[in-house]
Design a protein around this ligand. Structure first.
Ligand code: N01
Length: 514
């Protein structure tokens, strides 16, 4: 058997213009891509590349450099389990610290040397004769036995179709594509959106600007942020007693998992959380009209719960205004709302989110017969265990369908998926398989499981429209249960749900040999 994933020396770089052969190609080098690369290294695999469209690792944490960008999950939890950092300066880290952590982790585990920067994947096609993925990038062609997409769900910003937006003569920027060279001081600024990004941007820029108009379509639930600096003594303790940091991590994990009881099992347990958010609003906003406008009309948890101590004070400031009338049109130097009020705008900040249920990478990946993932998912994203798709052999998706979590650390989910991919690669090695592909029946069974688990949860029945649901109203993005159940489900490979093709077997003949 010649085609396993056992340890081999790293492939030498191919000459310019040539196709580079690798065993595994990973798309992306954010949390997911790095975790996968490190996972491969741990099992002795060296013949892999991380195809990264930018010039640095970090993914969404590299790209989201807007003022105030910070994580709303504590760093002791929002970090790799295998790479604890005793030196987090705050309980909730800001973007520069998280980005520095990812860069340091890439170096520490020697994954950077596997990164091909400036490699934007323009297409990845399964070649059934060669049993390889043919990956075309802006940095050349690759042929890979296994393709792992770690492109992320918060990678490609959405720009809403607002009348007149193309006539705007001022500065327009998306939260995820911040122009740090542009000074907002003294400007009239409009922020569109009131999601997790907006509520961090608004307080960060409000003291600088002349006027700030916040265009809210849907009010969000906001709870207090219990952020604090980590004392030097605590950091020293974490360094000498790593078990202590692990215990804190475990405590944070369990505390956050308690929210799932209310979100997915017994809705009444969300009542105290909603009351806490209401009290936060009452305390911070005195004006009854503004308070009413900021009060959501859905059950807490239906959309991501936001955490902030300075958002409400910022929108209440004399130079700020919450606009709820909706946007009628954008003019070269202003925005007109649906009540006909025109407000001047020098800069428009689009804090309008990302393509999540319509992942752009899905249009670029084509499986058997040239069928793209986007075509396969025309009626909603489906997968087996959030990771594999029938008709797409040797393809693994990290942060794909139904992996999302709103209440806890995405890194936990990513590590669960890395274990599953590792198990699949092990099975390929052990059985000498050249091809591993899940069955449509497994995908249907998983779809049914997700639908069953989603029924009655706050995400589908909480009375809001969120990007967690696709156009048909199906939950195709969130894992709708305790996250430890996801981990348990992905701990081992469900081999019975896969068809394997041994190396050297004639095409398609052994597709029945599960
Ligand atoms: O994007 P969003 P985000 N006209 O999609 C509004 C993660 N994150 O970048 O609610 C007017 O949540 C839209 O309105 P509505 C986190 O997972 C994490 O803020 O749809 N408004 C909404 O208010 C988060 O969930 C951290 O009615 C329009 C906003 O734009 C995810 O990123 C920090 C509109 C979009 O909110 C995305 O957050 C930041 C239109 N045409 C982000 N179209 C952490 O701390 C959209 N909107 C870890």
């Amino acid at each position: 058997m010649t085609s396993t994933l056992e340890t081999q020396p790293a492939a030498a770089p191919a000459p310019a213009g040539a196709v580079r052969e690798v065993r595994v190609a990973i798309i992306g080098s954010g949390f997911a891509g790095l975790a996968m690369g490190i996972g491969l290294k741990k099992r002795g695999e060296t013949d892999f590349v991380l195809l990264e469209r930018a010039d640095e690792v970090g993914g969404t944490w590299r790209d989201n450099t807007y003022p105030g960008a910070a994580c709303d999950v504590q760093s002791n939890l929002y970090s790799f389990s295998f790479a604890p950092n005793p030196d987090w300066p705050r309980s909730y880290s800001e973007q520069p610290e998280i980005q520095a952590y990812l860069q340091a982790t890439a170096d520490r585990f020697a994954v950077r040397e596997h990164c091909v920067f400036g490699a934007d994947v323009t297409s990845a096609r399964w070649d059934d004769d060669a049993r390889r993925w043919r990956v075309t990038t802006t940095a050349g062609e690759f042929r890979a036995r296994v393709l792992i997409s770690a492109a992320g769900a918060l990678a490609d910003p959405t720009y809403p179709d607002i009348p007149g937006l193309d006539t705007f003569a001022g500065t327009l920027m998306h939260s995820a594509r911040w122009n740090s060279g542009h000074d907002l001081t003294g400007e009239n600024v409009a922020v569109i959106g009131t999601g997790a990004s907006a509520i961090q941007i608004v307080p960060a820029i409000q003291p600088l600007v002349q006027s700030l108009a916040v265009y809210q379509r849907t009010a969000a639930w906001v709870v207090p942020r219990t952020d604090h600096p980590v004392k030097p003594l605590m950091r020293a303790l974490y360094r000498v007693v790593p078990g202590l940091q692990k215990a804190v991590r475990g405590g944070l994990y369990l505390m956050r998992e308690l929210l799932v009881v209310g979100m997915a099992k017994r809705r009444r347990f969300l009542k105290p959380v909603q009351r806490m958010a209401q009290a936060h609003l009452m305390r911070q906003v005195r004006d009854p009209k503004l308070r009413a406008a900021l009060t959501p009309n859905f059950t807490i948890g239906c959309k991501r719960i936001l955490i902030s101590n300075n958002y409400y004070p910022a929108v209440s400031a004399p130079n700020a205004e919450l606009v709820t009338a909706g946007i009628a049109e954008v003019r070269p130097h202003s925005i007109v709302d649906r009540d006909g009020v025109e407000r001047p705008a020098d800069t428009i900040v689009m804090a309008t989110g990302f393509h999540v249920t319509d992942l752009p990478i899905a249009e670029k990946i084509a499986g058997r017969g040239g069928h793209t993932l986007a075509e396969e998912w025309a009626d909603g994203m489906v997968s087996n265990r959030s990771t594999t798709v029938a008709g797409f052999p040797n393809l693994f998706l990290l942060v794909g369908p139904n992996v999302g979590v709103g209440h806890t650390s995405m890194v936990y989910m990513i590590e669960s998926q890395v274990t599953y991919v590792d198990e699949a690669l092990r099975a390929m090695d052990a059985e000498g398989l050249e091809v591993l592909e899940t069955t449509p029946e497994a995908a249907q069974a998983y779809r049914d499981l997700i639908a069953r688990k989603s029924r009655g949860t706050v995400w589908v029945a909480g009375g809001c429209a969120s990007w967690y649901l696709d156009k048909q109203g199906h939950n195709t993005t969130l894992w709708p249960d305790f996250t430890f159940r996801f981990r348990k489900l992905l701990r081992t490979l469900d081999r019975e749900n896969y068809v394997g093709m041994p190396a050297g077997a004639p095409a398609r003949t052994s597709e029945v040999a599960a």
